[in-house]
Design a protein around this ligand. Structure first.
Ligand code: COA
Length: 155
């Protein structure tokens, strides 16, 4: 039991999410929250505070919910919150008619890979993903990462 409650993540949550990453990441998250019904963002709330969040894109892959942007507060990891978040996002995808779930995990993130494989995800190749990242001095750069593609049926 994680004691977590799940609800939609909103722009009003962003000021409380500095633990999750750089201002650049939070700006990207704010932009993504404006995409409307194509993507659902969920907040995992523990004792009244957002301690984890993630999203599922319902349009990028026909018939599949594409999970992305999962983060759990460092002080709340290894308690099942990541697991509960994945299951809650899968449930949203299922409710919207998806027959499968897909996600990408960087090849050098063995902890996340182990979590997803434990949850029934299977390897389905590799891809290169890129996104804007931020250096400690605040300058940004385009980060490119080799990722494993993982899939799981939802029916
Ligand atoms: C990946 C991530 C989301 C996992 O979140 P989490 O809340 O730690 O995940 P869980 O607790 O469900 O499962 C992870 C671990 O907890 C253990 N665990 C699960 N439930 C548990 C419980 N009730 N009690 C104790 N341990 C538990 C699992 O066995 C697993 O073992 P590990 O600690 O050796 O890894 C988190 O580590 C994170 O935010 N990482 C940084 C961002 C990131 O890499 N995101 C993924 C991008 S694809």
């Amino acid at each position: 039991m994680t004691g977590a409650r799940f609800r939609p993540l909103t722009a009003g949550d962003l000021p409380g999410l500095r633990w999750a990453g750089s201002p650049t990441l939070l700006r990207a998250l704010r932009a993504d929250l404006g995409r409307g019904a194509d993507v659902e963002h969920l907040a995992a709330v523990v004792d009244g505070a957002v301690r984890g969040f993630g999203a599922v894109d319902l349009v990028v892959q026909p018939g599949r919910g594409a999970l992305f942007g999962l983060v759990v507060h460092p002080a709340h990891r290894s308690r099942g919150l990541g697991t509960a978040l994945v299951r809650a996002l899968e449930e949203r995808a299922r409710a919207r008619g998806a027959r499968g779930a897909v996600l990408e995990v960087e090849v050098d993130n063995p902890r996340a890979l182990a979590l997803y494989e434990r949850l029934g995800y299977r390897r389905a190749g590799t891809t290169v993903a890129s996104w804007t990242a931020e250096r400690p001095d605040g300058t940004t750069y385009e980060h490119r990462a080799r990722c494993r593609v993982l899939r799981r049926p939802l029916l």
